[in-house]
Design a protein around this ligand. Sequence first.
Ligand code: ADP
Length: 193
Amino acid sequence: MIHIILFGPPGCGKGTQAKIISNKFGFIHLSTGIIFRNHIKRKTNLGKLASFYINQGTLVPDIITINMFNIEIKKHIKAKGIIYDGYPRTKNQIFSLEKELHKFCLGKINIIFYFFIQKNLIINRLLKRGKTSYRDDDTDIITVKRRIKEYDKKTSLIWDNHKWKNSIIKLNASLSVDEISVFMEKKILNLLY
Ligand code: ADP
């Protein structure tokens, strides 16, 4: 089973590429943001808890996120591959993911695509997306800035370990959607054949 992580700041285009790539290869798209928003829509207890953090633009605490994620991944142990979009976002989440993969003999993390992009570009993208997606956390500049700060502080350095050096592939997230997906497809094909 193939495991591909999409990593980068909010608004870098992870979700867009996760959809394209998962369709192309028949992989599962796992987005913690989408799963949380589903819970919020269905007004579950988890949704009520998570919305507090999401609306203020901070990470949902690990204990909540990891529990939710571990339930979700168990539904896909027969998949060909998984595209992780927005998970892991902390070192604890990395440890936990590795533990789950090991526990169920699912293989290991194969590729970490690291989307890099200028800050002013992502702020503009997020505010634009807010106008059409009606995501509360995208419409408000303060929340948008807090999410970026949160990324810088808690997430940006989590793969900073020699262990991951050969798995990280940097990509320029200011290129067009097509250019990025073609680039990613080539790298994944290299892995498969
Ligand atoms: P974006 O990448 O644009 O911030 P997401 O849909 O990935 O959008 O995430 C929305 C919000 O959901 C985040 O701001 C955070 O509050 C919460 N969230 C998503 N994934 C995680 C995670 N792995 N750990 C903690 N919180 C998360």
